[in-house]
Design a protein around this ligand. Sequence first.
Ligand SMILES: [Zn+2]
Length: 813
Amino acid sequence: MRSSPRRARRLAAVLALPLAITLNALPVLAAPSPQPSEIAPDRPSSTAQNGVALMRVVVPDQAAVDRLAALGVDLAEYTKPVDGGIEVHAVLSPEETRDLRDKGFDVRDAISDQSDYAANTAERRQALASASADAAETDTLTPLRAEWFTSLDGGRFLSVEVKTSATDAETVLTATWDSGPGTAPGSGGSATMSRFTDAGQYMYHRFNTPLPVDQTPAKVTVTSSRGGSVTVPVTKWLGEPRKAPGAHYVQDFVDHYMDPTEVTGRITALAKEFPAISQIVDLPYKTNGYRRAAQAQFGTAAASTFYVTSKAYGAEGGNEVSVALARPSTASAPLSVAVNGKAVTVGLATDASGAVASTAAQVVAALNGDSAASALLTAATYRGNAGAGVVAEAPATSLTDNLKAPATVSRQPFQMKVLRIGKHRDGSRTGVFLYCQEHAREWVTPITCVETAERLLRNYDKDAATRKLVDNLDIFILPTVNPDGGHYSMYDYNMQRRNMTNYCPAANGDPARRNSWGVDLNRNFTVGSVFDGYTGASTSCTSDTFGGPAELSEPETRNEVWLTDTFRNIKFAMNTHSYGGYFMWPPGAYKTAGREVLPRADFGTENYFWDASGHILSAVQAWRGTAIWPGRTGPVTDVLYSAAGNSADEHWYNRGIIGWDFEVGADVYDPATKQYQAVGFQPPFSEGHEEAMEFANGQIAILEVARAYADDHDRPDSRLEVTGRTATSATFTFSTDEPANVYYTLDGSRPTLSSPKLAAAGMREGAQKITVDRTTEVHWFSVDIAGNVEKNYKPDGNGKNYDKETVQVGDAR
Ligand SMILES: [Zn+2]
């Protein structure tokens, strides 16, 4: 969609145009006009178009519309009643516009004009040109991923991602595959691939969902309608063998969806039961609480409707306030307000005949102007209406906060608690922060965090693998980031996503809006936020992705930041959401204009993420076979969307904490229909339980990854590989024996951490290739994610123990 400022500028430009023509060029028009009154002037035609535009015309009545038609005016098929008559749209030249104005018609502004036409034409020309350029040239296909996996009941699936150099929509890619090693190409099947675009930009081709296959293919060939073709081996995704848990390993500690009070009670009890290896950390910022002002609304039509909102929260006296609209028995009574305790009575004004005469606006003003009443409540007309309608009398009506949770749920600010698990909780061990339920309605997530906590504590004594994690890591588990919204979701409005804090002005403050208030906590952080111009959050207080009035406006988000600022040993974080079955990492936001993405992780780090995902997602799969798809694994912006101001970006970009995201609740495959089905936010508990179990497996595997990181003292090893050579150039890249970054020089100098770093060739692609046009001595070294440097080389020292190799161009002797 075109942005409105641009549209406004164009309208201003075209509005100026007819005036200029009118003043300078119009005498011509009058010349041969035989019947000057009722015949529309010729429209200057065709290519130049001379200011023809679709203009807005307002006429008093249908007869005037008919008169326009009789004049031969080119009317659009559109009429709209407006103040003062009917709005119609007419295609008019400046001369026609002038003529109609001369005839007394109210011709207003342009809806679209030649500059729109010019832009459309230019866009069309460009598209056609690039299509024909593409057509003239065979496209190049870059394979990104080609994988097979099994899922759930042993079904077998194929997932392929390929990028074509021809980015136009007409290019069609077709995948064909064999039915195993040595079988004929194409014998396994074929399918047309889907073109994946995001923010108007071509990303790559893929299958919308992985395809069921009977046999495991050995190779897949993708061909393009533009002539490109590529054949790649199909590799196995997930299913890395895992050691079965020890005989004493216990799991499965959740048997119902739990509200935030319950999960917080549960971790508090755990800390009490296991004081040697755990403790509670109280987070410093209390939430606003599961509480809301009490309200009542009077009236049925917008103009005569108003609503009142208590000053005190419902449970703190607001629910005891009542308002009555009484009609005095006398004629010509004035409007009055009386307050008795918490009972407010409005005496409505009457006219000479004794009928009620007070409008909604007058009642609102009287209530807000009365000191006793305004101490109890504020009044407002309905959604910004002027409130000119006369109100109806009404009996005493109690205000209500309408909150339905049982009394066990406190109506006070909520103390958020983190369960810290570790034998050594002194900051000396690598920290991992697992947090759940930023979004209230994602009910599976808090029980996933609880399950993980239970497994760590209850297996510590008898399970050696668990003991290694607890002895060597510092684990922070926050089972509910959004306790107020979580309670609201469970007891009042199950689709609540945000917290409960209402930032809406009176125009959006009426009781019917109460399920539309709150801040999306995963859009309230400071990196790539809506306030920085990034996409995927809203500044509207009723939007489900409302980013809040400012970054970190909410105590819930400030608590996350406080935790990661206070415990600087935290190196990993997992932000668990639902649903869809995703494993993701930063960047998580872009600006739509130009799809300007937050900086990508470097190549070595991204490889580390892919490596880790293999381990973590194999653990998820170990529970009941669920495979998280390759197409739902990767940076948020590659596989899902832009989420401005999310917490994983906050942790990664501001503190270097590896910020991962889970979406639990992978689509479930139905072999009968051969369709994947989405599970939703709150599946039946039998399904929710399985999701919690499998993603608790995933959270434990994250701890294993963190421990491997903490224990990683192995130096990486790397190799230079020449991939192509001509008489005048050579192309090479590097490979490493573990995920690592390679720093290199081509000018014979000593490589340092400021030297060029090997990058990815592109999104979801392998290493870039480096081309030199003369024989070059390449110097380089590699560094892994834990900071181990190849050969113990000191990049900032003077040693020469970096790698060296000469890449030959031309005659190799
Ligand atoms: Zn979520």
